[in-house]
Design a protein around this ligand. Structure first.
Ligand code: MN
Length: 526
């Protein structure tokens, strides 16, 4: 990897001279696990490491010159970034002016001019001239490469047998949580790391698994478990409080402290869920009651006091519900912070770029953006975005796009097939779980609604054209998370016939365990 030799040489020099090293991270799963990896590796070499992870709300994403200045005043002469820094031109200039050596390790893409900041060394497979074949590593995986290079010369056997397996656990969690495509080297990192998680591990991971009610020693962890059960708990720290708790959790050797921190993450995650549910309810009420709002081609929703840590998740929820691009904005102390998510065919970054004169800060890509602007400019922003969206989206019906992989009637689902599907793990971005479609399935019982939001259907496959089912009257249980509204929309009842998009699930509940399906979409049978 381009820049590796220079980075290793400089870090070794700092370790030999006992210079304090500052790791500059990020507040999400990728950024915090990357700090843990590199901190552990440099400490193994005998180095003195401190770290800084920005506060999501007070500091926002990326490096800050003031943090570099404080570190310099405190005796730091070497700063290593993880999962950040690729566009920190001004901060790199500050470092140079102070006489701080800067090593940037990051996976984020370069700006349009392919400029890179001035630094002693940059590790990023996406920079010009880097021949490293896997271009889509996450930040923690690049930190893993650096850790590997640092430790390789010391004790290659110990590295291979002891250290790498433990580092891979962290790198796998980050690789899945950061949504890099699970192909190539990423698939290897994710698969090996998930396998390693079955073995004994540090007190921090153990406490986190216990809090999430996961037991990787008895049941193989999946990509889904990491993405939907571990990652939200780890991310809750940075969303609702301070991300440095995550680093302490994963580096402490004190079981009591680990349990305390895991319990805190659990509490923050519940708080995050409540906050999210509360605002989502407000948004749904607004969509139902505000004149003309639900008919708008793009939804721009703002509220006073909405929690900034969850506006991105909320924008995703609104897109899921409405199949329209959505921006959620919170106003705090005269500043409006926005986060947007989009649908296919409406590049959101292009949309907000037409308002770039209003923003104090903005960035993102076709499907996701973030920005800030003075609250006073909000009416102007909403007006301009409304016009822009009206021109481009007005004539278009919102489409709920679901990629279907194969047709599979419900009576063809077998344990053998489920076993084959398990071999595709780890599933996630770039290696999505197969979605099947079954046509003309019949409800054998009334719709069962769970917690007012979810549904369970008892389905049988009606195979003949007239709708009479074949000899095999097997009943398949189908669960639809957040599908209660859809069941009402379609007026489903016993005897209804539906076309069903679904994923195959193995439920290990002792009483009603077995193969069932999870509903991805329902349409009335054609
Ligand atoms: Mn990242």
């Amino acid at each position: 990897m381009l820049g590796m030799a220079a980075a290793v040489e400089r870090i070794e020099r700092a370790v030999a001279a006992n210079e304090p090293i500052l790791l500059y991270g990020d507040y999400d799963v990728d950024g915090t696990t990357a700090v843990v990896l590199l901190k552990t590796a440099i400490e193994m070499l005998g180095g003195a490491v401190r770290f800084h992870v920005p506060h999501r709300i007070r500091e926002g994403y990326g490096m800050q010159s003031s943090v570099l200045e404080a570190a310099y005043a405190d005796g730091v002469r070497l700063v290593i970034t993880v999962d950040t820094g690729m566009r920190a031109f001004a901060e790199a200039e500050t470092a140079r002016r102070l006489g701080l050596d800067l090593i940037i390790t990051d996976h984020h893409l370069l700006d349009a001019n392919e400029r890179v900041p001035q630094a002693l060394s940059i590790l990023n497979p996406n920079q010009p001239g880097c021949g490293y074949p896997e271009k889509s590593l996450c930040g923690a995986a690049i930190a893993l490469k650096l850790a590997q290079a640092l430790l390789e010369r010391r004790d290659p056997t110990r590295l291979k047998e002891k250290i790498l397996p433990s580092f891979l656990k962290m790198a796998a969690i980050a690789t899945i949580a950061d949504a890099v495509p699970l192909r190539g080297e990423n698939r290897t990192i994710a698969a090996l790391g998930l396998r390693e998680l079955r073995r004994p591990m540090g007190v921090g991971l153990r406490a986190l698994f216990a809090a999430a009610a996961l037991d990787p020693a008895s049941k193989q962890l999946t990509g889904f478990d990491v993405a939907f059960r571990l990652a939200p708990r780890i991310n809750a720290a940075g969303r609702m409080d301070v991300a440095s708790d995550v680093i302490e959790l994963f580096t402490t050797r004190d079981l009591g402290r680990a349990q305390e921190l895991a319990a805190k993450l659990e509490r923050l995650n519940l708080e995050r869920r409540d906050t999210e549910a509360f605002v989502l309810k407000t948004i749904e009420e607004r969509l139902a009651t505000e004149e003309g709002l639900a008919a708008e081609p793009m939804l721009v929703l703002d509220g006073d006091g909405w929690h900034r840590g969850v506006i991105g998740i909320l924008a995703s929820r609104v897109v899921e519900r409405t199949a329209k691009p959505a921006i959620v904005i919170c106003v705090e102390e005269g500043v409006a912070h926005g986060s947007g998510r989009s649908v296919h065919g409406f590049p959101l970054l292009e949309a907000i770029e037409t308002c770039s004169d209003l923003f104090t800060r903005f960035g993102g890509h076709a499907f996701a953006v973030g920005f800030a602007l003075p609250a006073a400019a909000l009416p102007e922003l909403k007006q301009r975005l409304r016009c822009y969206a009206a021109e481009r989206l007005a004539a278009r019906e919102p489409e709920r796009l679901l990629q279907i992989h194969a047709e599979l009637p419900l009576d063809r689902i077998t344990p053998v097939l489920a076993g084959w599907l398990r071999k595709l793990e780890p599933l996630g971005h770039g290696n999505p779980e197969p979605i099947f479609v079954a046509r003309n399935a019949r409800l054998m019982a009334p719709v069962r609604v769970m917690k007012e939001r979810h549904v369970a259907l008892s389905l049988t496959q009606a195979t003949s054209a007239t709708g009479a089912h074949s000899g095999n009257i097997g009943v398949m249980r189908a669960v639809g998370w957040d599908m209660a509204f859809r069941a009402v929309e379609l007026g489903l009842s016993e005897g209804s016939r539906i076309d069903l998009a679904y994923r195959i699930r193995e439920n290990d509940h002792p009483d009603y365990g077995g193969i069932e399906v999870e509903i991805a979409g329902i349409e009335p049978a054609a």
